[in-house]
Design a protein around this ligand. Structure first.
Ligand code: FES
Length: 231
């Protein structure tokens, strides 16, 4: 089996190789009705290679059916190639620091509960607030937020195996991006590599202005891939 890799094809699908497993993850709410957990959804059969729709128009989502050609999809990649560390501002707290790359927000709202992550970071001398800040940052699907241990300076990350998750947001009634987890290589159509990270999200609605990454525009465009969790 080849090493897992995703190639962003020019105005076409994501070409996935290396037998990456894929499932659906559904945004679950806490007692206050705010996103707090990811709930396991459908698991897809394992395939060595597959093409994932990124124009949002396929009638066979999440897979490509060639609709990008008939819809004349413009998939121009506009995202920064700079690493997350250079794109981020560090939000410092007494118990934890969090790197925040604003342009990677996918509007999943996992940083909203318990007063919001800014307040939790500020109050992170309190162990409960620190724990909640780390939980919220680690659940940020696009890796916009990355918590750092203040003593070691190391990133705190969940341990993911290389895999893909199609995200669903029933509260907003929309489907979201494809989350790429566990350090899978992503290559631009020009052959240049994006930073390999533990979690990033790729647009699959076709409407992001930060392609290939998701920028949350699927919420406004009402993207729906037909997943049953949205009904
Ligand atoms: S999937 Fe989020 S902007 Fe396209």
């Amino acid at each position: 089996m080849k090493k897992a890799k995703i190639v962003v094809s020019k105005d076409g699908p994501y070409i996935v190789t290396g037998g990456l497993p894929m499932d659906t993850q559904i945004s679950g709410l806490d007692a206050d009705g705010e996103p707090d957990t990811w709930v396991n959804g459908k698991k897809y059969s394992l395939q060595a290679e597959y093409n994932l729709c990124r124009c949002g128009k396929s009638k066979n989502k999440p897979f490509c059916d060639g609709s990008h050609e008939t819809s004349h999809f413009d998939g121009t990649e506009t995202a920064s190639r700079r690493p997350h560390a250079e794109e981020s501002e560090i939000l410092e707290g007494p118990g934890v620091d969090v790197a925040n790359a604003y342009n990677l927000c996918v509007r999943a709202r996992f940083c909203h509960p318990k007063g919001g992550i800014m307040e939790l970071i500020q109050n992170s001398d309190d162990p409960e607030s620190k724990k909640a800040a780390i939980h919220e940052a680690c659940n940020c699907p696009g890796g916009k937020l990355v918590p750092f241990d203040k003593k070691t300076g190391k990133a705190i990350e969940d341990n993911y195996r290389p895999s893909l998750s199609l995200l669903e947001d029933p509260q907003k009634g929309v489907s979201g991006p494809v989350q790429v987890k566990g350090g899978v290589a992503i290559e631009s159509c020009d052959g240049q590599a994006y930073e390999t990270r533990n979690r990033v999200t790729l647009c699959r609605c076709g409407e992001s202005r930060n392609k290939p990454y998701c920028d949350g525009n699927h919420v406004d465009s009402g993207f729906n891939d037909g997943d049953k969790s949205l009904k």
